[in-house]
Design a protein around this ligand. Structure first.
Ligand SMILES: Cc1cc2nc3c(=O)[nH]c(=O)nc-3n(C[C@H](O)[C@H](O)[C@H](O)COP(=O)(O)OP(=O)(O)OC[C@H]3O[C@@H](n4cnc5c(N)ncnc54)[C@H](O)[C@@H]3O)c2cc1C
Length: 422
């Protein structure tokens, strides 16, 4: 078959790994100019690889397959230098959190670090270049994929037997266009996670960072919203993320350069019901409102006590932000966020403080907005010629899940069996 793969990110890597050296002629279209500028977001930004059946996506991925892809990525680092750990392997820790109403999430993780990632990606790309059946086309943004009775037409001109769309979240324009043309592909979408990035001195969370590096917990707050931690970065850095028409906050950690602070996200999950059908629109509005207050391209920074009391922060005290000063404004997040979300986050932090004293210190830092969008969940059983893998399919939210999803799709292609729900 002649197969078009749209996007070269984590999901495409899993697919190509299985299809390399097969009889299929595979053409990869990537909108970035080259492998160095490619926006493979997670692979670029932090590279924390998880093995867990409780997070990473909406589909079941066998932990053995997950582990295999962790090894795969680590093997492409020069020296196999990674930080590793197990979340909630210790019964004591599990109990401590459980007693206070938290739901601890178990996972095994491997942290490659932002600095080593470029090398990993380049090595993977070079390896695929050696396969005669794989052809890369950089600087090629795909804007249209049309299904025909006997194949698909990409960008109005090129014909393929099938197209596997692997454009991640940054490919939402292509996905929106495709689903407006083929609405039957949508399974559902009503969710958005909205919250803050929290930053505090390492010494407050040293013990838990040493124990598990990445601590993930969920908590049903008194507002009824489920609140969770996400992306803990010991000795890490807060950064902004540009979505084009708005800016959000994020965090990452490096293997070699370390800061004196830890940051993690605290997110409230909103699951809205009909007639609401635009969680991305809702999240984007709140992000834009925050940017409007902070100034274009900037996020709001506030101390925890002011966040609680809804007062504008004018000065900071002991905790120094790792985000560059030109990227934030001291302000009041309460002017941009709905009350129920603020209350959920405060309830979460106050409760966490009972397990880790110091977490609710007045001068800890709160940055906003941090938002996690969920893509529409797409149905891969509708069309034999149009398939969706990785985050753009709504089935995954992590490097390992996206890579494994691509791999499972390639297995289905190889065996010509699309009855499985992937
Ligand atoms: C800042 C950040 C940090 C993250 N950190 C982690 C982490 O530490 N660990 C983890 O497991 N996950 C992390 N994630 C999530 C992870 O990056 C994704 O789950 C994963 O990369 C999804 O893989 P994908 O192949 O679906 O999409 P991507 O990896 O995003 O790849 C999509 C590719 O498609 C290309 N593309 C988009 N549109 C088009 C188009 N129209 N035509 C051609 N090409 C197109 C893009 O340029 C991109 O290269 C992070 C995400 C972000 C945003």
């Amino acid at each position: 078959m002649r197969i078009a793969v749209i996007g070269f990110g984590a999901a495409a890597i899993g697919l190509l790994e299985k299809l390399k050296n097969s009889n299929h002629e595979v053409h990869v279209f990537e909108k970035s100019n080259d492998i160095y500028s490619s926006s493979i977001s997670g692979i670029r930004a932090d590279g924390k690889l998880f093995v867990s059946t409780e997070m990473g996506g909406e589909i079941y991925i066998d932990p053995l397959l997950q582990r295999r892809f962790v090894e795969y990525y680590i093997n492409f680092t020069g020296k196999r230098e990674v930080e590793t750990g197990n979340s909630f392997a210790s019964e004591d820790y599990y109990r401590k959190f459980y007693e206070k109403g938290f739901l601890p999430i178990s996972s095994q993780f491997f942290h490659i670090g932002t600095d080593q990632l470029k090398e990993v990606l380049f090595n993977i790309y070079e390896q695929f270049c050696k396969s005669a059946n794989i052809h890369f086309h950089f600087s090629t943004e795909v804007t249209e994929v049309k299904e025909q009775p006997d194949g698909v037409i990409v960008n109005g001109t090129e014909r393929f037997d099938m197209a596997v769309i692997a454009v991640g979240r940054s490919g939402h324009k292509l996905i929106n266009r495709t689903i407006s043309e083929y609405p039957q592909l949508i399974k559902n979408n009503t969710k958005v996670d909205l919250g803050i990035r929290y930053e505090l001195p390492n010494h407050i969370v040293d013990e838990i960072n040493r124990e598990m590096y990445e601590f993930k917990v969920k908590y049903k707050s008194r507002t009824g919203y489920m609140v969770r931690t996400f992306c803990n970065n010991p000795s890490g850095f807060v950064v902004t993320e540009n979505y084009g028409d708005f800016t959000t906050v994020n965090g990452h950690a490096k293997m070699r350069e370390k800061s004196g602070n830890t940051n993690f996200a605290i997110l409230a999950s909103l699951v809205l019901t009909e007639p609401f059908n635009d969680p991305i629109g809702y999240g984007s509005y709140i992000a834009k409102l925050s940017n409007l207050l902070a100034g274009e391209g900037k996020v709001i920074l506030q101390t925890y006590s002011h966040f609680k009391e809804s007062k504008r922060t004018k000065n900071l005290y002991r905790v120094h932000p790792t985000l560059e000063p030109e990227k934030y404004i001291l302000g009041d997040i309460n002017l941009a966020f709905p009350r129920r979300i603020i209350e959920s986050i405060i309830d979460f932090i106050e409760n966490l403080n009972t397990v880790i004293p110091g977490v609710a210190n007045n001068d800890n830092l709160v940055y906003a907005p941090e938002i996690k969008f969920y893509s529409n969940r797409l149905n891969n059983q509708i069309s034999a010629r149009l398939k969706f893998i990785g985050d753009c399919s709504g089935a995954t939210r992590s490097i390992i899940y996206a890579t494994a999803h691509g791999y499972l799709m390639a297995e289905a292609i190889e065996s010509n069996n699309f009855n499985v729900d992937i």
